[in-house]
Design a protein around this ligand. Structure first.
Ligand code: HEC
Length: 140
């Protein structure tokens, strides 16, 4: 009987804690996303365009959600160290060069990546600072 009462008290409490922590995560995501959209305008939009579609054969689009998902761990390396490779996106070979954005802090990298991985048809959820730091350590 006593155990039951304790259980009945604990369950609603656990639910409240669970819901409020979801709310906090959601607020964090919204903040990252909206700051990220500003950072995108400043640092990326000139090349990748406001709709993320890139520019012809010169600049690859950010709309290929399969490429962005497959390369999620490398995205932060591309931005931080630049990219000078031959990559194929939507059937087109891109040979261009993306300059490094070394002056962006980890938090700004996280916000920019949260923005691009949740825009232009992408839907990957938050890309937080811990993930940025972990992936940066694994860039070749
Ligand atoms: C000066 C133009 C330029 C700027 C500014 C630029 N990029 Fe790029 N980006 C490129 C080019 C060119 C490539 C392809 C490089 C290659 O072929 O090796 C590329 C590739 C990429 C890729 C991988 C391919 C793809 O389309 O998914 C991602 C992701 C990316 N850029 C994100 C960003 C983000 C985020 C920013 C802003 C922080 C940014 N870029 C700023 C030119 C640019």
């Amino acid at each position: 009987m006593r155990n039951k009462i304790i259980l009945l008290a604990i369950i609603p409490l656990a639910i409240i804690i669970f819901i409020s922590s979801c709310g906090e995560e959601n607020i964090k995501y919204q903040r990252y996303y909206s700051d990220g959209s500003q950072l995108y305008k400043i640092h990326c939009q000139n090349c990748h365009m406001s709709n993320g579609e890139g520019l012809g054969q010169l600049i690859p689009p950010l709309t290929d959600s399969i490429f962005l998902r497959k390369n999620r761990e490398k995205l932060v390396c591309y931005v931080n160290y630049g990219l000078n490779d031959s990559i194929k996106i939507n059937g087109i070979d891109y040979q261009g060069q993306m300059p490094a954005e070394k002056h962006l802090a980890a938090i700004d990298l996280a916000k920019t990546l949260t923005f691009i991985t949740n825009s232009f048809g992408n839907n990957q959820g938050i890309y937080d600072v811990i993930e940025v730091q972990k992936n940066l350590n694994n860039c070749k």
